[in-house]
Ligand binder design. Sequence first.
Ligand code: PMP
Length: 393
Amino acid sequence: IPAVSVNNNYLACAPLPNINDDAFINLDQGDPVVMEAYWRRMSERCTVVIKGCEFLSYLSDLSNVCWFMMPRLRDNIKRLHALVGNADTENSHIVVGTGSTQLFQAALFALSSSSPPPHHPIHVLAASPYYSEYQDEVGVLRSGLYKWSGDALEYDKDEAFIEVVTSPNNPDGSIREAVVTRSGSEGKVIHDLAYYWPHYTPITHKASHDIMLFTFSKCTGHAGSRIGWAIVKDIEIAKKMTRFIQMSSIGVSKESQTRAAKIMEVICDSYQNFGSKESDLFFEYSKRLMKERWEKLREVVDQNGFFSLPNFPRAYCNFTKESSETYPAFAWLKCNEKDQDCEGYLEKKLKVLARSGKRFGADASLETCPTATGTDLMKGLGKQGYDIYLIFS
Ligand code: PMP
């Protein structure tokens, strides 16, 4: 995905480095293809056939707030959360979106579109380091309803705000809670729980927040299907989010919804069918994969001595019934020496393209921390002859 950034009054598309150039390992993008081997094994079980006469209608279920969501997808989202125990879906409304990116925008719209409209755009905040795309997603339309106001840790105004809480956090994998508590001002929170799944982090509790965003991209690795869902407590907010999606795309592809529902069904069935092999259980397989890669990465980073990686506390996972640490889908690398241009060092000396800490709101004067986002890091690690050892040699 070309890096697009809002630059005062115009949109700039950063030139893409030649990612086909074999001399470079491009970690400046997240593409969760790490699970591909598993899904290749499951190909037959997950196949869906869609006939020419199916899915002509825009509508799915007019009795539901989210009228374009297929009941089969809704049921399987609920089934998956019930199996994993990571989110409470009772007494809430589910809204499906074209990825959680669309739902994030829908949630911003729903939380800021009051009547009469606000005098000033509502501040949108996230504690630094925050997911590098939030700023551009908030700013792209230069909306009069909301605007990006940066680091939630530095917010000191008594004005309405929306805080985005990402947990586990992209980029540093930390487990987070809202940081802004202002008694005088009206604060709303969007929880982005894209990575709150057992292969990335222990499931310590059933999350139950006002607006929770999940994505199929990170849950199973099927980013190309572009399916995300929001679990929303307040029906009025769910209605406004649905309205936003109606205005931007009149719903969400039924082909994608069908495929996502089928894949969720296969995951749940494998846990509920007595006698499934452990290597067929999706979360067990993918957790082992993430753990192995993190162990390998830590070994190399320790040997190299130039960088350090965050350490994660261990916690008991209610789903896997064992204690473990977090294994993020990206690595937040920090240069051990102050004032090092880490991004430049990786690119020029090691031919690794990473994303600078500045893009995540990190303080560049202290250190520049490149982050190898997404599971491409894992792909890079796994590539024969393109091992991480080569990166640091
Ligand atoms: N939130 C976070 C924290 C993410 O890392 C990503 C993807 N990198 C998204 C949202 C967007 O996910 P989707 O593919 O569903 O739009």
